[in-house]
Design a protein around this ligand. Structure first.
Ligand SMILES: Nc1ncnc2c1ncn2[C@@H]1O[C@H](COP(=O)(O)OP(=O)(O)O)[C@@H](O)[C@H]1O
Ligand SMILES: [Mg+2]
Length: 213
């Protein structure tokens, strides 16, 4: 089996920036890897991504939101993540089940045991070997995310979660902190308020320690 590594954290914490740089790092080391993201990674996942991330007039309640993320994840695990791990590759995934606990349970207020059950059902208990948690104060992360969004010229824009109130984002961050406490072996917390290169150095160090090179 390969290694399953997830990148987690709130909006604008730098997950997408860092996952790309991590890929470049693994490439330089001649390590076979795949970069993928949630929701997404499959045709169904990409359709669901549009529904879940693009702000529109469509009303999605908390339970439906949870189930749509879970549907995307079930497809992603079966079609992409498990086969790639079985090929012996490293899978770098931008968000996974922890995001569902942080956003749909801590953020939206859904029962955490229900969310865990749905996550386990969707993933058949596939758990990351390592989770890098990009931790950043909510205001700094949102400022970065809004700057990124403002640069996008073609519509639609992925801003449904970014548009939530500040209290929602604070609960999400608390959710991530609670997750770290509940599984300290799997998580590595990275101070994401620093510069891109400093953060990347930490990412490389954690990758080295698990890949063993
Ligand atoms: N360490 C950093 N310092 C300043 N800006 C950053 C940093 N990391 C990423 N950014 C910028 O902030 C925005 C959000 O980063 P992104 O990687 O898309 O975050 P996420 O995927 O976690 O939402 C992007 O415009 C990106 O270029
Ligand atoms: Mg991103």
């Amino acid at each position: 089996m390969g290694l399953f590594i997830t990148f987690e954290g709130s909006e604008g914490s730098g997950k997408t920036t860092q996952i790309k740089k991590a890929g470049e790092y693994l490439k330089r080391k001649n390590i076979s890897f795949l970069i993928t993201e949630e929701p997404g990674g499959t045709r169904l996942g990409n359709e669901l991504r549009k529904i879940l991330l693009n702000k529109s007039s469509l009303h999605i309640n908390g339970k439906s939101e949870l189930l749509l993320f879970a549907a995307a994840r079930a497809q992603h695990v079966e079609e992409i993540i498990r086969p790639t791990l079985e090929d012996g590759k490293v899978v770098l995934c931008d968000r996974y089940s922890d995001a569902t606990i942080a956003y749909q349970s801590f953020g939206r207020g859904l029962d955490i045991d229900d969310v865990r059950w749905i996550n386990n059902f969707a993933t058949r208990f596939l758990t990351p070997d390592l989770t890098l948690l990009f931790d950043i104060p909510v205001d700094i992360g949102l400022k970065r995310a809004m700057k990124r969004i403002s640069r996008i010229v073609d519509l639609p824009v992925e801003d449904r979660f970014e548009s939530e109130e500040i209290e929602f984002h604070k609960r999400v961050r608390e959710g991530y902190h609670a997750l770290i406490k509940s599984d300290p072996e799997r998580f590595r917390t990275i101070d994401a308020s620093r510069g891109i290169d400093d953060i990347h150095r930490d990412v490389c160090r954690y990758l080295d320690s698990i890949i063993g090179t």
